[in-house]
Design a protein around this ligand. Structure first.
Ligand code: SAM
Length: 528
């Protein structure tokens, strides 16, 4: 039912939108290098989804939108259209006439506060919203009086009717001056309106909206993070400023605001994977011959060819599609070290935090909002060779800090649907990994932030094998990427999968080791 959504439907529409948008960006990236006009992949993706009816909550409504949760983030206005949170792709106020009440003026349904008008003042639970109109085209300054019509009139009607209005806060991305992020901040009511002279001397409408109490905080979280980052307030519960002791270029703090535990058991921080000398490394690649940076439309780049023919990442380093194996460039490639095909090699690039969870020990979360496809970190640790695997089977099975590619995960589709773009389905759409031989990594004694990532049966990150060369040998690395957009302070989790031996061994009653506490409605019940 596309009319009334639910969480699953909203997630599906959001994933489909972004997969199509990433593919369109990838196609645009190839044109950009030949100086063609840059189009807006987000608008195009939105139009495709609208036309093909891959959308939900199509009917306008007052109040909450089924499946959209407070705190959800959006990187494009079109995403809010396709899930039915805010229908207009440009205008800041969405409104409608009430059923059977055509004489009455329409009421406001949702507003997007973008800070575009120069007189906006914002506070966490109160929002002063400027009406629309009076702007001269293409300019930031107001040029004429605003009129009590359309959205302004709807907000005025909502003041009298006291109906709930959804508020979406637009904010600059902390890490990028050009990106804007939209946060769904829940339901508000219009409490006051007045007319005021703007800076340009023209009349503008002002509306004071107050947040309905009792809703989970969303925008307040963002404000706190901003204050910590700017040093305006101190972070409560910080046990250690940098758990990596300078091994990563961005410090990762250790935070506990749950109990008195001072930190996890001792381990040595190491930012990447360690292969034992005995390990038979995968074939040595010879690198590409590109002269400066590898460019998306260069079909002769051997690294791009090895990844399946398309540049694996968009220009801003976002993974486009899952691949059987991604080949990144390495030292023996002739391209520059800042080539865009080296996303996973230089450690953590986002603000991560190791924090104490209520019931699952320590966990990992990000202070930055993450886009679907963002690189998070690799799984670092010591690779266990075949002989050790055979000799120490029991010890390895009991190691809580083991990553094992032979574990069986629930399959899921992440890549774009070629048919939505009129493309033929090809092998490139294959999401099954190709790993030359089983890879088992222990991060018990030596590891990075990934050793703190807990399991979830409805995870928000996934792993992808990546091959690149180091010291003249190519080796597989396990890199984690965001499945969907992840709001700041949300725990990062992946699907640990089921041990292939315990899956086969139904007679062993001890094969289920621990109760799973992921809390997902799809929880499998146990960790193995
Ligand atoms: N929480 C760990 C810590 O404090 O170091 C970090 C993750 S460690 C790789 C894996 C262990 O975390 C598991 O053996 C289990 O004890 C715990 N854990 C992870 N996900 C869990 C879940 N969904 N439910 C219960 N325990 C979990």
């Amino acid at each position: 039912n596309r009319e009334d959504g639910n969480r699953e439907m909203v997630n599906y529409v959001m994933l489909t939108f972004d997969a199509v948008r990433r593919r369109l960006s990838q196609i645009e990236d190839t044109k950009q290098s030949t100086n063609a006009v840059i189009k807006r992949p987000d608008l195009k993706a939105g139009n495709i989804l609208m036309t093909k009816k891959v959308r939900t909550n199509m009917n306008k409504r007052i109040g909450a939108v089924p499946g959209v949760e407070i705190g959800d983030i959006f990187f494009f206005r079109m995403e809010m259209c396709v899930v039915g949170l805010h229908a207009p792709s440009m205008a800041g106020i969405d409104y409608m006439s009430l059923k059977g009440d055509l004489q009455e003026d329409p009421v406001a349904l949702s507003i997007v506060s973008s800070g575009g008008y120069d007189d906006d003042v914002e506070d966490s639970d109160v929002l002063i919203y400027s009406g629309h109109g009076g702007m001269s085209s293409g300019k930031e300054k107001q040029a004429a009086d605003q009129k009590l019509e359309r959205g302004n009139l709807a907000l005025e009607t909502s003041l009298h009717r006291a109906n709930e209005v959804r508020v979406i806060r637009g904010m600059k991305d902390f890490n990028s001056a050009t990106t804007k992020i939209y946060i769904y901040d829940g339901l508000y009511k219009v409490k006051e309106s007045w007319v005021e002279k703007g800076k340009s001397g023209c009349n503008m409408f002002k509306y004071k909206l107050e947040r309905i109490p009792g809703q989970p905080g969303a925008f307040t979280v963002w404000r706190s993070i901003q204050k910590w980052k700017e040093g305006l307030s101190s972070r409560h519960g910080v046990v250690l400023q940098d758990i990596t002791s300078g091994s990563e270029s961005i410090p990762v703090s250790l935070v506990n605001d749950v109990d008195n535990e001072k930190g996890p058991a001792y381990f040595t921080y190491f930012p990447t994977i360690k292969y034992p000398v005995s390990f038979n490394l995968v074939h040595t690649s010879y690198g590409c011959n590109c002269n400066s940076a590898c460019v998306p439309n260069d079909l002769s780049c051997s690294c791009i060819q090895n990844s399946g023919g398309d540049f694996p990442f968009t220009a801003n380093g976002i993974l486009v599609s899952r691949k059987p194996l991604i080949h990144e460039c390495g030292p023996s490639c002739r391209c520059f070290p800042n080539c865009k095909n080296r996303v996973s090699q230089s450690g953590v690039k986002i603000h991560l935090e190791v924090f104490k969870t209520k019931d699952r020990g320590w966990g990992l979360r990000s202070l930055d909002p993450l886009r679907a496809g963002s690189f998070i970190c690799e799984y670092a640790g010591e690779v266990i060779d075949k002989f050790k695997l055979m000799q120490n089977r029991e010890e390895i099975e009991n190691d809580e800090y083991v990553f094992d590619t032979s574990r069986v995960c629930d399959s899921f589709k992440w890549n774009y649907e070629p048919a939505l773009l009129g493309e033929e389905s090809s092998n490139d759409a294959n999401e099954d990994y190709i790993i030359p031989s089983r890879l088992v990594i222990s991060s018990k004694n030596v590891g990075n932030v990934a050793r703190f990532i807990n399991h979830s049966c409805s995870p928000n990150i996934f792993w992808q094998p990546i091959l690149y060369e180091h010291n003249n040998q190519s080796s597989i690395h396990i890199a984690f990427f965001a499945i969907r957009h992840i709001p700041p302070m949300t725990e990062l989790t992946y699907d640990y999968g089921v041990s292939s031996s315990s899956e086969a061994d139904n007679s062993n009653p001890f094969r289920w080791k621990k109760k799973c506490l992921c809390g997902s409605s799809k929880c499998r019940g146990h960790l193995t």
